[in-house]
Design a protein around this ligand. Structure first.
Ligand code: PTJ
Length: 251
């Protein structure tokens, strides 16, 4: 039992969700390591959504609303941390979910699908009849109607290989990754450097706000966004945060 007064209450609760995910056969053991890496980077950004992340989250909402065949990729950490929130986003932007795992087992795939369905997920791609070219690991297996055929794919907590392969297939790839230096963060078309627990509700909020906007307005929001610049600014924000809090660097 974690007392609410604990200074790291939120972070510890999130950790419990991953542990629970492992107990329920949803999350991989390696998911714990990913969570630890995420926590470390979240610490460096002050455990809050930065201005850069907010901008990327708004552009993501515009992009998902404009997409013709958007898909949201779900792995074991995503399913443990934000199952309800991801379903809500899927509904708002009309982007079906597709479970895609790095440490793939059929049992875990089915458990995640069951879990999402039990929480109200309506549209999901559940076949694995396609292969992403150039990938040798299990994440290559996708649904030909889903990720394989998608124009926009949201990939939270991804590994760099697949992000690159999806970009090479001509897709617009949106990554959520607390590590701005990861290969995924560096190769995605839009990179959200934020915790998925904050990013998904933010994207949903922006999607609600933008959903009745004209197509031209959504296009303008996307056109004005420069991912490289935003990513560099995310790194600068970490440096500024550290220099303000650690007295490590000259002002
Ligand atoms: O469920 P599976 O089998 O598909 O496996 C999923 C994991 C996440 C275990 C697998 O993809 C993996 O090993 O991922 P990595 O290579 O550890 O990458 C995870 C990335 O996500 C790292 O850059 C972390 O900093 C980042 N990350 C971790 N937790 C969060 C996060 N980013 C956003 N929000 C988080 N909560």
């Amino acid at each position: 039992m974690i007392p609410e007064s604990h200074p790291r209450y939120e972070s510890l609760l999130t950790r419990e969700l991953i542990v629970e995910g492992i107990r329920n056969g949803i999350t991989s053991m390696q998911g714990l390591i990913a969570q630890g890496r995420g926590e470390a980077f979240d610490y460096l950004i002050g455990e809050k959504t930065s201005t850069c992340a907010l901008q990327a989250e708004r552009v993501t909402a515009a992009m998902l609303l404009l997409a013709k065949r958007p898909v949201i990729s779900v792995n074991g950490n995503v399913a443990a941390l934000v199952p309800g929130e991801i379903i809500r986003l899927s509904d708002i932007v009309n982007a079906p979910l597709e479970v895609n795992l790095f440490y793939r087992t059929e049992e875990r795939i089915n458990r995640i699908i069951e879990c999402l369905r039990s929480l109200g997920a309506k549209k999901m791609y559940t076949k694995s009849d396609g292969l992403i070219p150039g990938l040798e690991h299990e994440r290559a297996k996708v649904d030909t109607d889903g990720i394989f055929n998608a124009d926009v794919v949201l990939v939270p907590l991804e590994d760099g290989d697949r992000c690159k392969a999806l970009v090479e297939m001509g897709k617009s790839v949106i990554a959520i990754d607390l590590n701005p230096l990861s290969r995924t963060a560096q190769c995605a078309g839009i990179t959200i450097v934020d915790n998925i627990t904050r990013a998904i509700p933010n994207i949903s909020k922006f999607a609600e706000e933008l959903k009745d906007s004209e197509k031209d307005e959504l296009l303008r929001i996307i056109r004005e966004f420069d991912n490289k610049k935003n990513l560099n600014n995310s790194i600068k924000e970490i440096i500024t945060y550290l220099s303000n809090h650690g007295n490590l660097m000259p002002p």
